[in-house]
Each structure stands twice: as C-alpha cells, then as structure tokens.
Write a protein that binds this ligand. Sequence first.
Ligand SMILES: Nc1ncnc2c1ncn2[C@@H]1O[C@H](COP(=O)(O)OP(=O)(O)OP(=O)(O)O)[C@@H](O)[C@H]1O
Length: 243
Amino acid sequence: MTAAVELRGVGKAFTAARDQRVEHVFDGFSLAVEPGELVAVVGASGTGKTTLLHLVAGLEQPDSGEVRVGPHAEDRHRLGVVFQQPRLLDWLPVRANVGIALRSAGLDEGLADAALEDVGLAEYADRFPSVLSGGQRQRVAVARAFAVDPAVVLLDEPFSALDELTGRRLRLLLQDLWTRTPRVGLLVTHSPAEAVFLADRVVVLSGRPATVVREYRVTAPRPRSPEDPDLFDLHRRIVADLL
Ligand SMILES: Nc1ncnc2c1ncn2[C@@H]1O[C@H](COP(=O)(O)OP(=O)(O)OP(=O)(O)O)[C@@H](O)[C@H]1O
C-alpha cells in the first residue's frame, strides 16, 4: 500500500539565535500516514510537532531525507490546514475568506456557502470575522480547510486556544465532517484526550532528535463519545508516556 503522507529518513536542524547552538530536531526520522488514516502526534512542548507539520505542508524543507504527499503529485497542493489561530482576513466577509481558498485551489468560489453550512455558519456568510466568537472564527477556519476537498488535512493544535466546551463542540464537528467524508489527516496536539477522540492512530514523539517512542491504534468505531471509558483508558496510558 502506498502511504498518503510519508517522511523517510528526514533530518531537520535549527540554529538557535541566542547561542548559535545547532538543534537537531529530526535525524533520520520516518513516519507514514496510510490512505484514509487520521494520525495524531502528541509530545512535550518543543519536541518538533509543529516542525513535522510544516515539513509536510512544505513550509519547511528537510535538510536530508524525503517528505512525500501522495499518491498523486498534485496532492501536495491539495492541503487543508487548520492552525491554532483561525488566521482569517478581517477585512473580508466570512464567505470571501472561504472563497479565496477555493479560488486559489482553482475551484468555484460558490462552494463557500455549502462549506459554511457544513460547519453550521450558513447565516454568518456576510458577516466580518471581527463580529464572530472565537469558536465561530475557528469554524470558518475549518470550513476553509475542508472547502477545497483536501487530499490531506493538517491540524496544528486546532482547538487549544478555545475554552473547554467550545473545543469539545469543535471536536464533535470535526468528527462529524470526518465521518461524512473520511480523509487523510495529521493532527498535532498537546491533548492526549483530543488525540484518542479524533485519531485512528496516536504517535507519541519524544527526545532530541525526536523519535516515535510509542504508537497506539484507536479502534473505537465512530461516532465516538468524548466520555467513552475505553478512550479514557488509552488517554491515561498516553499521559503516562508523556510524564
Ligand atoms: N524557525 C525556527 N528557527 C529556529 N528554531 C526553531 C524554528 N522552528 C522550530 N525551532 C525549534 O525546534 C524545536 C521544535 O519546535 P516545534 O515548534 O516544532 O516544537 P513543538 O513540539 O511543536 O512545540 P510546542 O508544543 O511548544 O508547539 C524547538 O526547540 C524550537 O525552538
């Protein structure tokens, strides 16, 4: 089976501005996401989770090794990305924020309304981001990512800036979108609970250079409940790995 996302033997180092020390964040690092799989990456702060996502998105280049998004060459350009902050254009209405992503993917801007409806924001299409709540703005960011029918969805701490209840609603929304259209995804999160709730597989990163110290397959069928005791058990084991 050909992986949908593959990092093979990847090396990535940064030079610290403070003392010019070279930090080898990755060295010979490999990870594959299989077709249809949502993989969550958890790990302590500074392990390299965001760097991993940036390498896949093409925002950073590896010093060595290979990063592949496939199976088709054009899949590299069909990414949906949700960051911790919604990163909306405040001077454009919500519909146009989603429309821009569609246009730059060569798609019909008219698809924006359906994407907004999918996240429960149909009646907010003409509003400006500044009048929306934090949770609503993040819903727009989710709509923008999914509108382009992405080959791969990259999620970088997508809900960690939200309060607990809003984060929970957004996780349920994401699960709903995923259940309707299963996709390939890579989720970076500090939250083991979020990881086990959303992912098919949880990868625990640790060390410098970072390595995969443990992997868990999450077999609970969807739709899942955040209160599922089996998920909580898995969550506890991941927390123990991280301590
Ligand atoms: N552009 C950069 N220039 C210099 N150092 C960087 C750069 N990007 C990342 N680093 C360093 O690489 C290491 C990994 O950073 P990264 O942001 O990937 O970790 P993380 O696991 O996502 O952390 P957090 O959970 O706190 O977001 C850190 O030591 C960071 O300082």
